[in-house]
Design a protein around this ligand. Structure first.
Ligand code: DGI
Ligand code: FE
Ligand code: FE
Length: 190
């Protein structure tokens, strides 16, 4: 599937705003893949389909987690998380993408997970820094992303966790675990 074909498949599932965001994530993913040596075709496909389930009914997605997905903890930390693991499932079963690396990049694009692959990191960070994003702190993360992939992810995870905590929202355990793992890996490098 080339980029044009993939975009045609995702477009009906998204609003115009979300489609523009998706184009931004594709651009950022390809740039990061180039810089850090990830597979560009996989980065492109994962980016195109990362928010595939963004507008699915929440109840439908909760049922899907209960009936088909391994990790039920996605149910307990706010409905915004559902579109990532459910998106991976729908993309596999509706769009015929079977590459586990691509599916995992979609599955963990919102929360991250400890031991993320290079492709997962690229898509996670691209979603955060794509050119249309405007929130506070994003420019700092863009700068760091030019130099060090893990450092940029640490900064993004930190911002998201603080954002959630300020609003008294729960933080997904794997998001904290991702932060811990990346920080501990840095210490080991020294
Ligand atoms: O789908 P996007 O808007 O492009 O971005 P995303 O997939 O990163 O989703 C962002 C939403 O997910 C936002 O409402 C905050 C929420 N979120 C991100 N990480 C966590 C989280 N919510 C909880 N509860 N825990 C997390 O670790
Ligand atoms: Fe998302
Ligand atoms: Fe997104």
């Amino acid at each position: 599937m080339n980029q044009e074909q993939a975009l045609l498949k995702v477009k009906p599932h998204l609003t115009e705003h979300r489609y523009q965001h998706t184009l931004g994530v594709v651009e950022a993913s390809l740039e990061l893949a180039e810089r850090y040596g990830a597979n560009k075709q996989k980065a492109m496909l994962a980016a195109v389909f990362h928010d595939y389930a963004k507008f699915r009914e929440k109840e439908e997605m909760k049922q899907l987690v209960l009936e088909k997905l391994e990790d039920k903890t996605f149910l307990d930390y706010g409905d915004e998380l559902l579109h990532a693991p459910c998106g991976a499932y729908y993309v596999e079963h509706e769009q015929g993408i079977t590459d586990q690396d691509i599916l995992n990049a979609i599955r963990f694009h919102t929360t991250g997970r400890p031991g993320m692959t290079l492709l997962e990191k690229v898509v996670f960070l691209a979603d955060y820094i794509e050119p249309n994003r405007q929130f506070k702190g994003v420019e700092d993360v863009r700068q760091i992303a030019r130099v060090n992939l893990d450092d940029a992810i640490i900064e993004a995870l930190k911002n998201t966790t603080i954002f959630l905590m300020k609003r008294n929202q729960p933080v997904f355990p794997k998001t904290i675990a991702t932060y811990n793992q990346l920080i501990q890996d840095k210490k080991k490098e020294k």
